[in-house]
Design a protein around this ligand. Structure first.
Ligand SMILES: [Fe+2]
Ligand SMILES: [Fe+2]
Length: 250
């Protein structure tokens, strides 16, 4: 049975947090810190990869994305500052998460990605996933400042996703189906794990406070169906995964 959220979308401003149970602010801070970290690592990934691209047009677009991801990170760190949490404290709040399987994709993108295929897979794994998390969960957040930030971020994320879809076509043309299929095998488990483990206590709290609308599992399923549709036009299949989170190749 779906959880009935305690607060409606955009019901609360920063000044309201003093009059509700303190656990709301704790959950909110952790959620925002995770969001900020994801934006920050995505920016670092675009930075890293743009230095390895030969195609000037692709490089220009990657540089545009890196600027925008940096702005998204700044926006969310700004929301945390309004709650009295500076960036060092925010990053410390998610220090374990940074090394968790759910952050494999942004961490890999920021630290190891290189070349066109990683740009493509990074965009598919981080921009399309971000688009779903922000468009479905955060836009309807009970914390109005996060919902407004989501409005601002979404437009650019939609462009990043168009870019990602186009790079997929280019990658198939340039590198051929087998290379793309191989890159997909490396990235797909990381991408799907980015939604996080299903049914955790933290997500339950997010759902009951109206900070998220959907469980991680549901968003991950939606992501997989969009990706499968996109791949079908090239005769590609999603790699088979293990049955339980964190997913690995089956
Ligand atoms: Fe972003
Ligand atoms: Fe993006």
């Amino acid at each position: 049975m779906p959880i009935q959220p305690q607060f409606a979308p955009r019901a609360l401003e920063v000044a309201d947090l003093g009059r509700i149970e303190p656990h709301y602010a704790r959950v909110l801070i952790r959620l925002l810190a995770a969001h900020a970290l994801a934006e920050q690592l995505t920016a670092e990934g675009y930075q890293r990869v743009s230095g390895t691209l030969e195609d000037p047009e692709l490089r220009a677009e990657a540089e545009k994305n890196l600027r925008e991801e940096g702005e998204h990170a700044a926006l969310i760190y700004g929301l945390l500052a309004d709650l009295g949490v500076d960036r060092a404290h925010a990053d410390r709040a998610v220090i374990v998460l940074r090394r968790a399987p759910s952050f494999d994709a942004p961490r890999y993108f920021a630290q190891q990605a290189a070349g066109d295929l990683d740009l493509l897979m990074g965009s598919l794994s981080l921009d399309l996933t971000g688009l779903l998390m922000i468009g479905i969960n955060y836009r309807e957040s009970s914390y109005a400042p996060h919902a407004r930030a989501a409005d601002l971020i979404l437009e650019e994320e939609a462009e990043h996703d168009v870019f990602g879809a186009r790079v997929l076509t280019q990658a198939v043309d340039r590198f051929g189906i087998p290379s793309v299929a191989q890159a997909l095998r490396r990235w797909w488990p990381m991408a799907i794990n980015f939604f996080g483990p299903p049914g955790t206590g933290f997500t339950f709290d997010c759902l009951r406070f109206g900070l998220k609308q959907k469980d991680n599992q549901e968003l991950a399923g939606l992501f997989a169906s969009i990706m499968q549709r996109r791949l079908t036009q090239f005769g590609l299949e999603l790699p088979r995964l293990s049955a339980a989170y964190p997913y690995t190749l089956a």
